[in-house]
Design a protein around this ligand. Structure first.
Ligand SMILES: Nc1nc2c(ncn2[C@@H]2O[C@H](COP(=O)(O)OP(=O)(O)OP(=O)(O)O)[C@@H](O)[C@H]2O)c(=O)[nH]1
Ligand SMILES: [Mg+2]
Length: 434
């Protein structure tokens, strides 16, 4: 459920547009007459518009350039019209205002995208075409370098090689390997494609590309439908140092809060003082709760006590950050295992999600990390960060084929809104699109 407990899109009801009320009493001052006029105009425009968030925002933000009183009045009007309860609307707007202050943003161009992201989450509209196509564009742009590495070379190969002969397949395999798809995955993919081309008697490059896209998409397991556990849901975040674990936790916390959940962050990386501080700063910025003990404390004790705190504070989601590096790798795995065991003893089912965060720019190393953490601790899902600007995004295909662990989110930049749900279908499409 979104941030707002109940919304009703009143203008998408097929009622006749409201006519402006009776003439204002003479006693009304000019300001309120002016506000009644723009409200009536905006209401009419919204009623006649397609019920899509981007369209609503275009109307709301029309002619505005700065975050001034007009903006707040119009956003308030939008939320009122959607019959968002006043307290929730107030909360949403004050959080957003605080964020603008923190970021020192003033121009609408600087924050329009974040505003749309927040509204999509809060209004539970992220699955609508509008947001999906925004995400697809973002994914495509983020994958530009990977695309260049793969799809440009494949296009060239298709133009140069008139038939699907052995030279073609050899070269295709080489392109895939160079695109960080990995040796095993590349051979497996080529083999599947060969079979398909033979069986379906594919002869044109268009048909080949369609089959290729289809084959790539089929590598990804359909996301499992999860039943939400009784709160607090516990998420354990793992990953080697520097991959973007802490910022990813912040982005997840931000998403969950915009979706109406109360989030607690626990500083399980007690190895470095800076690790604890960094998480605390993110907790403040995102408005999440924060739980920590002294540097050097036992991380399992942090997790244990944080779960108590999450229960007592009625939190919906507890996210436990962990260290990415200790004196030795064996120590790290033992420590992570212990955190997991302690959480499980305290609450059967917890941690409900053990998430491995990996850095997309590290290419095939990601596979070794996945193996290490999966064998050492056991992981349920993978989040890949820093896909923006890397040519090594092909590694996603190796993860899908070799590990069959679902990739749930991808990081496409440093902003809060840059962590988005991952879709294998979109990925395959983006990778091969022009
Ligand atoms: N471009 C880009 N940068 C990212 C992304 N995710 C994280 N980063 C950046 O990566 C850097 C490292 O992020 P952290 O969150 O500190 O990484 P960490 O894994 O917690 O690191 P340690 O705690 O030091 O082990 C930061 O500068 C982030 O802004 C992403 O999706 N895209
Ligand atoms: Mg960290």
């Amino acid at each position: 459920m979104g941030f707002f407990s109940k919304i009703k899109k009143i203008w998408s009801n097929k009622t006749e547009p409201e006519t402006p009320g009776p003439v204002e009493p003479a006693a009304e001052d000019a300001a309120s007459r002016e506000s009644a006029a723009w409200e009536a105009e905006l209401r009419l425009a919204l009623q006649q518009a397609q019920p899509r968030l981007s369209v609503w925002l275009d109307l709301i933000l029309q002619d505005l350039e700065f975050a001034d009183d007009h903006l707040w009045a119009r956003l308030q009007f939008l939320l009122d019209s959607l019959e968002v309860p006043a307290a929730e609307a107030g909360d949403f707007l004050s959080r957003f205002r605080k964020w603008l202050q923190d970021m020192d943003y003033d121009r609408i161009a600087e924050f329009r995208s974040e505003l749309q992201y927040r509204l999509a989450l809060a209004l539970d509209l992220e699955d609508e075409e509008d947001e999906k196509s925004r995400l697809f564009i973002k994914l495509s742009l983020g994958l530009n370098k990977t695309k260049e590495q793969l799809s440009r070379h494949i296009d060239r190969l298709l133009t140069a090689s008139p038939e699907f002969n052995s030279a073609f397949w050899e070269e295709l395999e080489e392109i895939l390997i160079l695109g960080d798809v990995g040796f095993q995955t590349s051979s497996a993919l080529v083999e599947r494609l060969q079979k398909r081309v033979r069986e379906e008697k594919i002869s044109s490059s268009e048909a080949f590309k369609a089959a290729f896209q289809n084959e790539l998409a089929s590598l990804f397991p359909a996301p499992a439908k999860r039943i939400k556990p009784a709160p607090p849901e516990v998420m354990l975040a793992l990953g080697v140092n520097g991959v973007g674990k802490t910022t990813t936790i912040a982005k997840l916390a931000h998403r969950a809060q915009m979706q109406g959940q109360k989030v607690l962050l626990a500083a399980g990386d007690t190895f470095r003082a800076a690790g604890i501080e960094q998480l605390e700063i993110w907790a403040q910025r995102t408005g999440a709760g924060f739980f920590a003990k002294k540097t050097g404390s036992d991380p399992a004790a942090v997790a244990y006590e944080a779960l108590d705190a999450a229960r007592q504070g009625d939190y919906d989601l507890l996210i436990v950050d962990t260290a990415g590096r200790l004196h030795t790798q064996t120590n790290l795995m033992q420590e992570l295992k212990k955190i997991k065991d302690v959480l499980h003893k305290k609450s059967p089912g917890a941690p409900h999600r053990t998430v491995l965060v990996v850095d997309g720019t590290s290419g095939q190393n990601v596979l070794a990390q996945t193996k290490l953490f999966n064998e050492g601790v056991g992981i349920d899902e993978i989040i890949i960060t820093k896909l923006d600007g890397t040519a090594k995004g092909g590694v996603i295909l190796s993860i899908a084929l070799e590990h069959k662990i679902p990739i749930t989110f991808v990081g496409l930049g440093e902003k809060m809104e840059d962590l988005r749900p991952f879709s294998g279908q979109d990925f395959a499409k983006a990778l091969l699109s022009k």
